[in-house]
Design a protein around this ligand. Structure first.
Ligand code: BG6
Length: 375
C-alpha cells in the first residue's frame, strides 16, 4: 500500500483511502445482528470498566484533535468523564490521576516522544493505559495495557488524514463498547449506532466527490495569508484540525477556535482579508444540533456584516446556507457524534489543493517529520 497508486501525492492518496481505512477499522469489531461491539484487545475486564471513574486522553497534533472528538463521543455514549491533554504539557500539569482511571494515548506512529513520556507518567501514577495506534508493535503500543489499532494502512504523508478519521472511529467504538458494558445503551440504540458506523465508509466516499469544489476554492483563496476555522461542540476539533492541516502543508497561518468563543476577541480581526471556514452542519434529528446550528447561522450573519468571506461545511439539503455563506461545501446527512469523520474531508482536500496551487511539496513540509521522537 505504500506507493502512490497513481495519485500525484501520498496525501491525496491517503485522503482517498479513508473509506477503506474506516471499513478495516470498524467491521471486524461490530456485529449488527447481535448489536454488540467486541474490543477484547483492550485487555481490561468488564468489571474494571464498570468501576471506571474517569478517562484521560493524551496526544499530540492531529491525534489530540481526535481525542477531543473522542471526549464528546465517550461522554455521550458511556457517561464517563473525559479529560484531554497535550502530551507535551501532561507531565507539567501534575495530573491528579491514579488507579480506577484509564489513560488513552493516541498516536499514529506509536513513537512520539511527548506521548510516550505522558504514557510513562500515567503508568507511574497507577493509571491503566490504552494505546490507539496505527503501527503494530510500535513502542507506545507495546508499553500499553491494551491497544486499539486503527487499520488505516501505512500513512506516509506528514499531514495525518486517514489515521485521523480512523482514530475518531476507534474512539467512537470504544465509547459504544463502554456504554454497552456499563449498561448505558439499549440494544436498539446500539444497533442504530452500529448501522451508522457501517454506513460511514460509503458516506465518506460520497464526501470525496467535493474534491473538484475544494480545488476551485484553492484557486480563489491560495494567496490569502490568514484563516479562521470555527466549529462548535464536537465540530470544534474538526475546525482545529482543518487549521492544522492548512498550516502544516501550505504554511498559511490558520487558527482553529470554538465558534462561540470567536466573539471574545477574534472577530475584531475579521474583514475582507480574513476568511472564515466554519462547520455549519446540522443533525436535524438532534434538537441540540439544531440549536447549535441556529447559533452558527447568527454567527455567520455577523461575519458577513464585517465583510468576511465565509466558507461553510453544511449538511446536504440545507437550502439556507448557500444564501448565507460565500461558498458552501455539502457533506451527507450524519448523526452529530459521527459527523466530524465526514466534515474533516473537505478541509483535508482544501489544505491539499491550496498547497499544490502554491507549488509546495505537500508530502514533505519543511521542518516537519512524521514522528517527533524528541521532547
Ligand atoms: C506531528 C505531526 O509531528 O505529530 C502530526 O505533524 C501528528 O500530523 C503529531 O498528528 C502526532 O503524531 P503521532 O504519530 O503521535 O500521532
Amino acid at each position: 500500500m505504500s506507493d502512490k497508486g497513481g495519485f500525484p501525492h501520498y496525501m491525496l492518496k491517503e485522503i482517498f483511502e479513508q473509506p477503506q481505512g474506516l471499513r478495516d477499522t470498524i467491521e471486524p469489531r461490530v456485529s449488527l445482528d447481535e448489536a454488540v461491539v467486541r474490543l477484547d484487545e483492550i485487555r481490561i475486564s468488564a468489571d474494571e470498566l464498570r468501576a471506571l471513574r474517569r478517562i484521560n486522553i493524551v496526544a499530540s497534533g492531529t491525534s489530540r484533535h481526535a481525542g477531543i472528538a473522542g471526549q464528546y463521543m465517550i461522554q455521550e455514549l458511556a457517561n464517563v468523564a473525559v479529560d484531554v491533554d497535550y502530551a507535551s504539557e501532561f507531565e507539567y500539569r501534575n495530573p491528579l490521576i491514579g488507579p480506577g482511571e484509564i489513560t488513552i494515548v493516541i498516536t499514529q506512529s506509536g513513537e512520539t516522544a511527548d506521548t510516550s513520556a505522558a504514557q510513562r507518567e500515567a503508568k507511574a501514577k497507577g493509571s491503566r493505559t490504552i494505546a490507539v495506534s496505527n503501527v503494530v508493535d510500535s513502542t507506545i503500543a507495546r508499553e500499553a495495557d491494551g491497544v486499539l489499532y486503527t487499520h488505516a494502512g501505512p500513512e506516509i504523508s506528514i499531514a495525518s488524514t486517514k489515521a485521523f478519521t480512523a482514530q475518531m472511529a476507534v474512539l467512537f467504538l470504544f465509547g459504544l463498547y463502554l456504554g454497552q458494558v456499563r449498561g448505558k445503551l439499549t440494544r436498539e440504540r446500539r444497533r442504530q449506532y452500529i448501522r451508522e458506523l457501517l454506513d460511514l465508509p460509503e458516506k465518506l466516499t460520497k464526501t470525496l466527490e467535493s474534491a473538484p469544489e475544494c480545488k476551485l476554492l484553492a484557486d480563489e483563496f491560495y494567496k490569502v495569508e490568514d484563516f479562521l476555522f470555527l466549529g462548535r461542540a464536537v465540530h470544534y476539533p474538526v475546525a482545529m484540525d482543518g487549521a492544522l492541516k492548512l498550516k502544516e502543508v501550505s504554511y498559511i497561518h490558520a487558527e482553529g477556535y470554538p465558534t462561540g468563543e470567536s466573539k471574545h476577541g477574534p472577530i475584531a480581526m475579521l474583514d475582507d482579508k480574513l476568511p472564515v471556514v466554519i462547520i455549519a452542519t446540522c443533525d436535524r434529528d438532534d434538537p441540540g444540533s439544531v440549536l447549535r446550528y441556529e447559533k452558527t447561522v447568527a454567527n455567520i450573519k455577523g461575519f458577513k456584516l464585517q465583510s468576511a468571506r465565509v466558507i461553510a461545511i453544511a449538511t446536504e439539503g440545507d437550502e439556507q446556507m448557500p444564501k448565507l455563506a460565500d461558498h458552501t461545501i455539502f457533506i451527507p446527512e450524519e448523526s452529530e457524534l459521527l459527523s466530524p469523520i465526514l466534515e474533516i474531508v473537505p478541509l483535508q482536500l482544501f489544505a491539499y489543493y491550496m498547497t499544490v496551487r502554491k507549488g509546495l511539496d505537500v508530502d514533505r513540509p519543511r521542518n516537519l517529520v512524521k514522528s517527533v521522537s524528541v521532547e
